[in-house]
Design a protein around this ligand. Structure first.
Ligand SMILES: [Zn+2]
Ligand SMILES: [Zn+2]
Ligand SMILES: [Zn+2]
Length: 130
């Protein structure tokens, strides 16, 4: 299976914080492991599962719209039209952060922990903590 044949899910699970250290948990469902303190947290969210099952996905090869039909991400799907297999990836939530110096809005993936960011517009370095 080629890496290019994958589609990002548009539905992200709820953003949850670790009950022990309060850092952001990975955006997923099931048995999650906090990347900061190693706590194991079980997350179930029937609403997300239902949305995942009913999500419409465009085939990356022939653009036919398919119903995902599975309540987990990532998931391997097969197109009913061109029969290729492709991966439906987890949604990576993005946030907008304003640069504290020039207030330019920066869009980035949410990842747990501290990050150092250099503003591409004014070169100011600043730190954020999710
Ligand atoms: Zn933790
Ligand atoms: Zn197809
Ligand atoms: Zn800036």
């Amino acid at each position: 299976m080629s890496d290019e044949l994958s589609v990002e899910s548009r539905i992200s699970p709820p953003s949850l914080s670790c009950p022990r250290c309060d850092n952001l948990l990975p955006a997923s469902l099931g048995e999650l492991k906090c990347s900061m303190c190693g706590a194991e947290v079980k997350v179930d969210h029937p609403v997300t599962k239902r949305k995942w099952r009913e999500e419409k996905v465009g085939c990356p090869n022939c653009s036919k719209v398919l119903i995902a039909g599975v309540d987990r991400r990532p998931a391997n799907l097969q197109c009913s039209s061109c029969e290729i297999h492709f991966e439906l990836r987890v949604n990576r939530p993005k946030i907008e952060i304003a640069c504290p110096s020039c207030e330019r809005k920066l869009r980035m993936n949410v990842r747990p922990g501290k990050r150092e960011i250099t503003c591409p517009a004014c070169d100011t370095e600043f730190k954020i903590n999710f």
